[in-house]
Design a binder for this molecule. Structure first.
Ligand SMILES: Cc1ncc(C[n+]2csc(CCOP(=O)(O)OP(=O)(O)O)c2C)c(N)n1
Ligand SMILES: [Mg+2]
Length: 597
């Protein structure tokens, strides 16, 4: 055993785990870590964006694309405090990243040195991040590092993945000791849990007996890399598939069995099938309020009238919102493989689902007829549907779209057809503004040979506009599509709907006469060295996007989108105590057949 510095050990361990990047920002607390990273710069690369929030969103998105983690590095105090929000995004969407944070020297614990938080406990960063990570470790001596690092990496990737924090006091980076490099952690999905054989048998019995079955899939299916098995199973037994945002693309959404997203801004056929199904097989999906129409019976789902088989790797998700008739704790791919094997063995054929599939075809046609015209019309400012349709036309099936938060996201939820898994990235559980604009940088580093576009609101983008600097500094060719509607329009619409039409603090205005205001985003981009275009009429958007994607360099397109066109509502969303009412304005899609209520 030879002596090694704590920071060198951390660096070597990251490399041993094939971590190619550290996304981080310096501070006096972590300079001791920068030095060994410099020495190892041929084996692991430091990318230093202009805000810690961006570093963590980048790491989160990198993992979602590759299913391999990267690390972040932030200094003590404020630098690390800046990653709380993106850690919450990663945790609530089960995305992994190793957040290495620095802290004050152990010999100064409790003396209130520069940037220590200690009102309740010494060097207390672990309690700041406690609710937003899967686990925190605070090795206070170099000889504690090997175990902490191995456990941190293993915890992050095992079972339901999530962010993990290793908080390292200043001196632990610097001091040395006789310690050995721990063995690398098993990669994602190295250990898979399976269902009990009798549960597989019971599940298949229920599926074959059902006349109106539907699969509801979520991020768990994506994370377990079960796209092939899901597709095979859905086709073998002709079961249509509803997808939550982070499950999109596991079944190619251009397939006739794909019904799209469910909930207020879901697709009509998905809500219609969800609320009329006699059996729902939910796999790695968690029935949050937005994909369950706030649990109002009859809008998206109809439990307990509908029977539920719920499969998840995390037992905490079973029964959280709807008690399952059959709950199964299992990895999604293993479950699907077990189910396929059982179906094969029994020579199973689709059940009596002909009428069901016929009804779905009718709902799809009805919906298509309703939405289609807006995909094809030209307007100025642009109609939202047109922006989505043109992105779809330009992006190849393996291209990656990194969505931000706000109105634009609602439109993409409703109308984006993801063709492959891990191509549609959404901050779903926490909806942190900036995820799309910043995450796209990480997504592009994860998939350098595929186009990556960020669709981001004018509000979201302004929060992290310095991403342009990082794209230029590190030559990361992301295309930012700014969905520019001159305000926090998603919130404005809630405000207008709930408070008698009064707008306050939700639009961007300049001066007493309330002139709409935004920076000239294209000029702003050009000032950082990023190519840019402004698009104010729909005739110009597709060509601009084609050009930007082909240019394969950082590019910004400022697109002026109509703020007065709202996504059609096919489900519901309620914020108690406000009673749910049909939208005050905006289009509610009224189907030919009355919704089940
Ligand atoms: C960091 C953060 N702050 C505030 C919010 C609340 N919020 C959700 S959407 C939204 C407005 C987004 O504005 P913009 O990016 O312009 O999108 P738009 O809704 O106008 O399309 C706000 C403020 C949030 N989700 N995240
Ligand atoms: Mg906006």
């Amino acid at each position: 055993m030879s002596r090694i510095k704590g920071a060198e050990l951390i660096t070597e361990y990251l490399i041993a785990n094939k971590i190619p990047y550290v996304f981080g920002i310096c501070g006096h607390g972590n300079v001791g870590m920068l030095d060994p990273l410099y020495a190892a710069r041929d084996r692991i690369k430091l990318v230093s964006p202009r805000h810690e929030q961006v570093a963590a969103h980048m790491a989160d998105a990198y993992f979602r694309v590759r299913h391999e983690p990267v690390a972040t590095l932030t200094s003590c105090g404020p630098g690390s405090a800046n990653i709380v929000m993106p850690l919450a995004c990663a945790l609530t969407d089960s995305s992994a990243l190793l957040a290495i944070t620095a802290n004050v020297p152990t010999s100064q614990f409790n003396r209130s040195p520069f940037q220590e938080i200690n009102r309740h406990f010494q060097a207390d960063f672990v309690n700041i991040v406690r609710p937003v990570v899967k686990r925190s470790f605070q090795p206070t001596r170099v000889d504690m590092l090997p175990l902490a690092l191995r456990q941190a990496m293993t915890t992050m990737l095992s079972g339901r993945p999530g962010p993990v924090n290793v908080d390292v006091p200043f001196n632990v980076f610097q001091e040395d000791d006789e310690v050995e490099l721990p063995p690398p952690a098993p990669p994602l999905n190295a250990h898979r849990s399976g269902a009990a054989p009798e549960d597989i048998s019971r599940a298949l019995d229920k599926i074959l007996r059902a006349q109106r079955p539907v699969l509801f899939i979520g991020h768990g299916v994506t994370l377990s890399e079960a796209s092939r098995e899901l597709t095979e199973f859905a086709k073998k037994l002709a079961v249509p598939v509803i997808s939550s945002p982070n499950g999109m693309g596991c079944l190619d959404m251009s397939d006739t069995l794909s019904l799209g997203f469910i909930g207020r801004n879901g697709a009509f056929p998905a809500n219609e099938a969800g609320r009329r199904a006699d059996l729902v097989i939910a796999i790695g999906a968690r029935f949050d309020d937005r994909s369950a129409s706030s649990w109002l019976p009859g809008y998206s789902w109809n439990f307990p009238n509908t029977k539920l088989i719920h499969v998840d790797v995390d037992p905490a998700e079973l029964g959280r919102n709807y008690p399952p008739d059959l709950g199964i704790v299992a990895d999604a791919r293993t479950f699907l493989r077990q189910l396929l094997a059982e179906a094969e063995q029994r020579g199973a054929k689709p059940g009596a689902t002909g009428a069901w599939l016929g009804a779905i075809t009718k709902w799809r046609a009805e919906w298509d007829q309703f939405i289609r015209p807006h995909f094809e019309t030209h307007t100025s400012p642009l109609r939202p549907e047109r922006v989505v349709a043109d992105c779809q036309a330009v992006m190849p099936p393996d291209g990656i779209i990194c969505c931000d938060v706000g109105v634009s996201h609602n439109w993409y939820m409703q109308f984006w057809n993801a063709r492959r898994p891990q191509t549609m990235l959404n901050s779903w559980g926490f909806s942190g503004m900036g995820f799309g604009a910043a995450g796209a940088l990480g997504a592009k580093l994860a998939a350098p040979d595929r186009p990556v576009i960020a669709v981001t609101g004018d509000g979201c983008f302004t929060m992290v506009a310095h991403v342009l600097c990082t794209a230029v500094e590190y030559d990361i060719p992301v295309v930012w599509v700014i969905w520019n509607n001159f305000g926090w329009v998603s919130i404005r619409d809630i405000q207008l709907g709930m408070f008698g039409g009064r707008e306050y603090g939700t639009m961007f205005h300049q001066g007493a006469n309330k002139k709409p205001f935004n920076p000239d985003f294209a000029a702003w981009a050009k000032a950082t060295g990023v190519d840019a275009l402004t698009v104010t009429k729909s005739q110009d958007f597709r060509g601009a996007l084609e050009h930007a994607v082909k240019a394969n360099k950082p590019f910004l397109i400022d697109v002026h989108v109509d703020a007065e066109v709202r996504p059609p509502s096919t489900g519901a969303w309620q914020l108690p105590p406000t009673p749910f009412k049909e939208p005050a304005f905006g289009e509610r899609f009224i189907p030919a057949t009355a919704p089940v209520k």
